[in-house]
Design a protein around this ligand. Sequence first.
Ligand code: FMN
Length: 364
Amino acid sequence: MAGNSFGDFFRVTTFGESHGVAIGGVIDGCPAGLPLDVAAVQAALDRRRPGQSELTTQRKESDRVEFLSGLFEGVTTGTPIAFLLRNEDARSQDYEAMKAAYRPSHADFTYDVRFGRRDPRGGGRASARETAARVVAGAVADQILSRAGIAVSAYVERVGDVAWEAEPAFVPRAEVDAYAVRCPDGPTAERMNARIAEVARAGDSIGGALVVVAQGVPAGWGAPVFDKLQARIAAALWSLPAVKFMEIGSGIAGTYATGSAHNDAFIPSPSGGIATATNRSGGIQGGISNGMPIVVRLGFKPTATIQHAQATVSPDGVPTELAARGRHDPCVLPRAVPIAESMLSLVLADAWLAPPARLDQLHP
Ligand SMILES: Cc1cc2nc3c(=O)[nH]c(=O)nc-3n(C[C@H](O)[C@H](O)[C@H](O)COP(=O)(O)O)c2cc1C
């Protein structure tokens, strides 16, 4: 069924199941003339790959990207860019039990109801493996956005109740990646590591939140009603597996404030133009970027597949118990960082490539 594509002008379609032959995607709408840095795309994938540290699943997915079309002599031709990631290290036998019993809080039951059949190996299309294709597309989008001086970066703000109590801000990816848990504050990162190790030892899992920020987005991107920039960002980020909340700017806290405490005062920007003294709007007003950083907070639930025995039912409704085997992330947050960045980059590339709304910006 449909629903595997995102974007109007920089349009990405992903395909493939976790333990099938390959996963991949097609990017339609990438402008011609971009010398694609394939090594940078591969580096982005390496940031998402499992097994980077003891905090993530030890599944081995080498995730080598192969580009099949849309490039000539390393430069985009303006035609669809197709790419593949072949699947390796598929231990489908680990998932035998999951054919006989629905994993609580996973997608097994709902897929069966919707489709009447599914590929249970590794979670099939509901596996977070699908997000590797989004990271390829996001890395291509990043190379377009960097031409406009736009950078997107995320970090882990909270694991369970262990939080970095800092005002959300842009932190360069290299500073975030200095810590395996991807929280750029050393002491908090250590406490997060300990918390994840503790739940992993107990065969359990834990959730948390990340902050993703786009800096350098000019004022004037977006649309006023159904395609508000925040609506597109929500569609992109809420489409990630295991997401449980999203906030822009002041988010939920802002809804407790008064207008006088909450409004962002306009000021002349030190770099020319107009800025705001605070950024409670999170860089978007009326569905259109205002030139301030776009600031989003995104919350993920604890990984559904845990080693504890859990009560569930078989596909024919008979009560049973399930204790998962297989290699699962005890906390998805560290690996969610590059994936969330990719989705925000896709929204921004799409917004940039949208036709101008002003006569004076139309080319003859
Ligand atoms: C980076 C990442 C890794 C994940 N790894 C696992 C995993 O190892 N095991 C698991 O059960 N769920 C994992 N998930 C979450 C499931 O894919 C997700 O919960 C499932 O598809 C059901 O969708 P829902 O939680 O959005 O309802 C992961 C999610 C992300 C973002």
